[in-house]
Design a protein around this ligand. Structure first.
Ligand code: ADP
Ligand code: MG
Length: 240
């Protein structure tokens, strides 16, 4: 579904991604871990070209997407993204937040988008919040709305960048539960997170990034029980 070939990203002289070759298959749940500043967010943002690669290729569903002839907005519709900061539009209601993009981009009629939004709100038990504004929601509710807003576009992959890092501890669980159910439904997911329990439970593969490289990768069982690289061992000794 996603392939990167020799993917490099530099900010000025600072080489943040140093040539990443990686393949993410349909249905996989890939969790990315690694120290702060190692390039996890930049990698994720290069996958849907929120950052433009300095060098190398990004392929999505059989197309090279860092190419002038590609309509990147069309590609992004298929790649849902959820950020640490929920990024809901503060001046729009929950329902408007969810229906805005599908209607504006002409993917659904207003009624279709509304039906879809209500169905998704039902799924997370928040139909009663349809007409509320983001500032009337808890952090956990906001992030769950941000997730279903991305799902309303019927994406074929979901990218998550530390979706629980900005939440109060008591709200982490409800967001992770939603992500687990999404995984169980078969969604292809790439998740940057420090929640090792989520990685152990859900990941088909864990990638450890350090200094702009994927230093080690394995199944969660193997990676957590038998880390090989010294930098991974050191990282795990701090977070586990
Ligand atoms: P992580 O998500 O693993 O914490 P990031 O991908 O956010 O790491 O950042 C990797 C490195 O790239 C850091 O040194 C960061 O300061 C730098 N960086 C990220 N975004 C930018 C930017 N827009 N401009 C300059 N430097 C950046
Ligand atoms: Mg980051």
């Amino acid at each position: 579904m996603i392939v990167t070939k020799n993917l490099k990203k530099a900010f000025g002289n600072h080489m943040v991604l140093k040539g990443i070759d990686e393949t993410i298959h349909k249905g996989e749940k890939v969790v990315i871990i690694g120290p702060s500043g190692s390039g996890k967010s930049t990698f994720l943002r290069c996958l849907n070209l929120l950052e433009e690669p300095t060098e190398g290729e990004v392929w999505f569903e059989g197309k090279k997407i860092n190419d002038k002839n590609i309509n990147i907005n069309q590609i992004r519709q298929k790649m849902g993204m959820v950020f640490q900061q929920f990024n809901l539009f503060p001046h729009l209601t929950v329902l408007e937040n969810i229906t805005l993009a599908p209607v504006k981009l002409g993917i659904m009629s207003k009624d279709e988008a509304k039906d879809k939004a209500i169905e998704l709100l039902k799924k997370i038990g928040l139909t009663q919040k349809a007409d509320s504004y983001p500032n009337q929601l808890s952090g956990g509710q906001k992030q769950r709305i941000a997730i279903i807003r991305a799902l309303a576009m019927n994406p074929s992959v979901m990218l998550f960048d530390e979706p629980t890092s900005a939440l109060d501890p008591e709200m982490v669980g409800e967001v992770l539960d939603l992500m687990v159910s999404l995984a169980e439904e078969g969604m292809t997911m790439v998740v940057v997170t420090h929640e090792m329990s989520f990685a152990k439970k859900v990941a088909t593969r864990v990638l450890f990034m350090d200094e702009g490289e994927i230093v080690e990768q394995n199944s969660p069982d193997e990676l957590f029980a038998n880390p090989k690289h010294p930098r991974l061992k050191e990282f795990l000794s701090k977070v586990l």
